[in-house]
Design a protein. Structure first.
Length: 345
């Protein structure tokens, strides 16, 4: 409880920092807090952190550590402009590189301008959680799966680039938006996500390339020709998915259940165009009750086990708005008003 209250107070205080052109970072370690007020505050907090610590980032732009090899919880103020007007959104300016030891790492409420990847091939990362975060580049866990990364979870997130899961197993991408091709995934779950990439008819690789033994459940594929899968794609399970083309290639030995094909994306969403994620889009289905799975849950972002949280607001208390008087009153006090909303999970 003390930790939650401390971090809450920090977020309240940091809400006023954009007006002062400052950034703030709080390191929570063993019940004690250390605060950093500088552009390189994230890097300094990371240097001082030990396994099990939490790093809370205010709105603002931070360069990342050269690599992360500690078990940490790293939470920002969020990335949707409309939901961070009171705090500013949290930008990690560059790539987030993971090294051996970055197990049980949580990244939440961040806008990562670069890519997320391991520093070396065949680096096993366990129990990574990427939650309510946008990644501007690619996600890559490269290798030959001899020492795979396991227990990775991408939830309520956006990956604008491609995903390479060649060294990943027993992991999941759920209620997220993927802008690029997914390649070399084996034994993973993709559920209630939107795949915006379209593989051209003159390129034989497929939107899902060399992907085998995965389960695809409740997803929406923008692919508008037969090149849904390519390369060696064997034994995938496709259940309750929407595919824009009428003749998708599901690969060799695919198990198919109640998929909906030939569904035009132009009329599927409340507001969505093109193949790029946009904060201006509304990814709610126009007729969600027409697309229900065996759990009576709608296809897409707002169904499944982790329905998309509007504006991807982080799970810490959210500052909705703030105001501060420009001058003191008669007794020398400054009037401050803050509206805060608790998050469900």
């Amino acid at each position: 409880m003390r930790t939650v209250l401390l971090l809450f107070v920090f977020m309240l205080a940091s809400a006023f920092l954009p007006a002062l052109a400052q950034t703030a970072v709080a390191l929570q370690s063993n019940g004690n807090a250390t605060f950093y007020y500088s552009v390189d505050g994230f890097q300094k907090a990371y240097t001082d952190a030990v396994n099990g610590d939490s790093i809370i980032l205010s709105g603002g732009t931070f360069p990342p550590p050269s690599s992360i090899n500690k078990q940490l919880t790293i939470i920002g103020a969020g990335h949707y402009p409309t939901a961070t007007s009171a705090t500013g959104h949290t930008v990690i300016n560059g790539n987030v590189i993971l090294s051996a030891g970055a197990n049980n790492l949580t990244l939440e409420g961040l806008s990562i301008t670069g890519s997320l990847y391991t520093n070396l091939s065949n680096t096993p990362i366990e129990q990574l959680m990427v939650k309510r975060t946008i990644i501007g580049g690619n996600v890559s866990f490269a290798g030959n799966r001899n020492t795979p990364s396991t227990g990775l979870s991408f939830i309520n997130s956006v990956v604008n680039g491609a995903i390479d899961f060649s060294n990943v197993s027993n992991s999941s991408v759920q209620n997220s938006i993927i802008g690029g091709r997914v390649s070399s995934s084996d034994g993973n779950l993709f559920r209630n996500s939107i795949f915006l990439f379209i593989n051209p008819t003159n390129v034989s690789t497929g939107a899902l390339f060399n992907c085998s033994n995965n389960e695809f459940h409740g997803n929406l594929f923008r692919q508008d020709n037969s090149r849904l899968t390519g390369g060696t794609s064997v034994g995938n399970v496709f259940k309750y998915n929407i595919v824009q083309t009428s003749n998708p290639d599901f690969g060799t030995g695919a198990y198919l259940t109640s998929n909906r094909v030939d569904i035009n994306f132009s009329g599927l969403f409340e507001n969505q165009v093109g193949g790029t994620f946009s904060y201006e889009h509304d990814y709610n289905l126009v007729t969600p009750n027409e697309y229900l799975d065996d759990e009576n849950s709608q296809f897409g972002l707002y169904g499944g086990w982790f329905p998309y949280v509007e504006h991807a607001i982080p799970s810490i208390p959210h500052i909705v708005n703030k105001s501060m008087s420009s001058k003191t009153n008669a007794d020398g006090s400054i009037q401050v008003e803050i509206t805060v909303k608790a998050q469900d999970y």
